[in-house]
Each structure stands twice: as structure tokens, then as C-alpha cells.
Design a protein around this ligand. Structure first.
Ligand code: C2E
Ligand code: MG
Ligand code: MG
Ligand code: MG
Length: 289
């Protein structure tokens, strides 16, 4: 079929990844990555047993010279389709570890999570480029977590599984992002070389109001623990939800209640003034998760 004509014969610009404006967006993104015009914002993660901040998730932000702020949902899917994601991931690893190194003097045990996509699992040089960045910035491999969705991990199970295993063997941690938002294959889940499962915001959003949501989260936490993984909840927006998650034995949380994603300088200020135990009182026998 000619360019832009779908099988149905209906022209659909949204579905034409090669439309001119989308190609322009991708060449702009490549240029922005080269010139370091993209940046990362960092959202803190809290340990629910100690109430302390234990890690950060890096989320890409792009200020386009003409379009203004462009959000990940507007360019990540296209970057995945066009392969530009490979370049973005390598940039994010480099920038994220550089920023983590800047925090390491004050917070030597802080962990960093970076999101990766299915396509990254076919990037043969990824492990090596991560290892180079780790040693350049003096970061231990187990301080770095790669987050990817279950769907991404299963896109090509054989290649995906091998690539994840190579990353895990290099000492990195793997987190399964947005768990519970799509089709979950429990038989596949138990084989993944992951260390953490991240419960999707859609499961967390109404745990205070809905008995069935609470039962699903409680069951998911127990199942994930039974498989030997840690469990973190994303999208936690209020204190009551945080308390309930702690009662349900969830290990960690992340969400607007604790903090929105912040630029590095704001994060540094936030870390200084934050008195975590005042947000959530730790239980007496606190060990870190
Ligand atoms: P994600 O990895 O599941 O990230 C969580 C998203 O939820 C982020 O949106 C974050 O800002 C938002 N969020 C965090 N806490 C709350 C909350 O309490 N309430 C609500 N309503 N939202 C919350 P963001 O930054 O727009 O990122 C969207 C998605 O884009 C991410 O989902 C991730 O899949 C992708 N993404 C972001 N940065 C990168 C990156 O560097 N590489 C790749 N491959 N994907 C990325
Ligand atoms: Mg994520
Ligand atoms: Mg997520
Ligand atoms: Mg999500």
C-alpha cells in the first residue's frame, strides 16, 4: 500500500509513523539527545518499613524549542517504533548515573531506576555501555535498576529473557513495571530474572474505596513475595493509601503523596528538608527494603 494508506483504505495520520511531522519530531529528538537538551526528573521511592527514601526513578523530560514541553507519552512510543529509543536509553543511563554520582557523597546507598523498552533488549551493546557508565561514575551495579513492562519483556520471550538474564548477571536489578495493567502471564512471571514487581497505578488508585481493589493488591503482594520478589506500589497519592499499603506488607511506594518527579537541583533541596518519619511513622523493628 502507498505511504499512509492503511489496509482499510482509510488514511490515518495518527497511525502513520512516517508522516512528516512525526519524522521531524524524531530528528528533533535525536538532535536534542546529542545536544543534551533533554533532561531527567527524579521521583523518590520510600521504604515502607523505615519511612526512608531508598531510591529514585528517572523520567525523561524534553523542552522543545518551538513546541515547548513534550511529554514522554508523546514521543516514547514513536521513539520505540523508529528505534530512536536505543539512543535515548543510552543517554538516560549516562545522565542518570552522572546525576546519581553527584548525590552519592551525601546519599551513598541511593538507588536509581531507569525505564527501558522492548527494543533495548535487542541492543547488543547495552550491557557493555551500562558497565562502562557504571565504572566511569563509580556506581555499584546493584544500585541500578532497569524498569520494563511485562509486555515489553514478553514481546519476544526468547531474546527478551536472554537479554534480561545478561543484565541480571552483570549485577543490575530488574523491575517489572506497570504490573497488573495488561495481560499477566504468571508462568512467565515466575521465570523472569527480576528483583522487583511494580504494581500499576490503576490497581492503587481506588484501594481505599474498593474492597475488590484492596483484595487484588493484598493478593498480588503475597504472590509476588511468594515468588521471591520485592513489591513497590506506584501512583500513591495520599497518606491513607500509603498506610494501607504498609499494612498489606507492600515493601516500597512511589507517588505524588511522597513527591512529584523533580529536577536534580529541586530534588537535592527536597532531600535536605525532608523529615521522612514525620510522613509515615516507622514500625519499631525497622529493616530496610
Ligand atoms: P512509568 O514508568 O510507569 O512512570 C510513571 C508515570 O506516572 C510518570 O509519568 C510519573 O510522572 C507518573 N506519576 C508518578 N506518580 C504519580 C501519581 O501519584 N499520580 C499520577 N497520576 N501519576 C504519577 P511520565 O513521566 O509522564 O512517564 C510516563 C511513561 O513514559 C513512564 O511510565 C514510562 O513508561 C515512559 N518513560 C518515561 N521516561 C522514560 C525513559 O527515559 N525511557 C523510557 N523507555 N520510557 C520512559
Ligand atoms: Mg517506570
Ligand atoms: Mg510504572
Ligand atoms: Mg504506570
Amino acid at each position: 500500500a502507498p505511504r499512509g494508506v492503511m489496509a482499510t483504505g482509510v488514511y490515518s495520520p495518527q497511525h502513520d509513523i512516517y508522516s512528516e511531522s512525526r519524522l521531524t519530531l524524531m530528528s528533533d529528538l535525536k538532535e536534542a539527545l546529542q545536544r543534551d537538551q533533554t533532561c531527567l526528573h527524579y521521583q523518590p521511592k520510600m521504604c515502607l518499613r523505615t519511612g526512608r527514601v531508598v531510591g529514585l526513578e528517572a523520567l525523561v523530560r524534553w523542552h522543545h524549542p518551538e513546541r515547548g514541553w513534550v511529554f514522554p507519552s508523546d514521543f516514547i512510543p514513536l521513539a520505540e517504533e523508529t528505534g530512536v529509543i536505543t539512543q535515548l536509553t543510552r543517554w538516560a543511563v549516562e545522565r542518570g548515573l552522572k546525576d546519581l554520582a553527584a548525590l552519592a557523597g551525601d546519599y551513598p546507598d541511593l538507588e536509581l531506576s531507569i525505564n527501558i523498552s522492548a527494543r533495548d533488549l535487542t541492543d547488543k551493546g547495552l550491557v557493555q555501555s551500562i558497565q562502562a557508565a557504571l565504572s566511569q561514575h563509580g556506581i555499584r551495579p546493584n544500585q541500578l535498576t532497569l524498569e520494563l513492562t511485562e509486555t515489553a519483556a514478553m514481546e519476544d520471550p526468547e531474546t527478551g529473557f536472554k537479554a534480561l538474564q545478561a543484565l541480571a548477571e552483570a549485577g543490575l536489578q530488574i523491575s517489572i513495571d506497570d504490573f497488573g495493567s495488561g495481560y499477566s502471564s504468571l508462568s512467565y512471571l515466575k521465570q523472569l530474572p527480576a528483583s522487583e514487581i511494580k504494581l500499576d497505578r490503576s490497581l492503587i488508585i481506588d484501594i481505599l474505596e474498593s474492597d475488590s481493589s484492596r483484595v487484588i493488591v493484598e493478593t498480588a503482594v503475597n504472590m509476588v513475595h511468594g515468588l521471591g520478589y520485592a513489591v513497590i506500589a506506584e501512583g500513591v497519592e495520599n497518606e491513607d493509601a500509603a498506610q494501607l499499603l504498609r499494612e498489606l506488607n507492600c515493601d516500597r511506594l512511589q507517588g505524588y503523596w511522597l513527591s512529584k518527579p523533580l529536577p536534580l537541583a529541586e530534588l537535592q533541596d527536597w532531600l535536605l528538608v525532608q523529615n521522612f518519619p514525620s510522613k509515615l511513622l516507622p514500625q519499631p523493628t525497622a529493616t530496610e527494603a
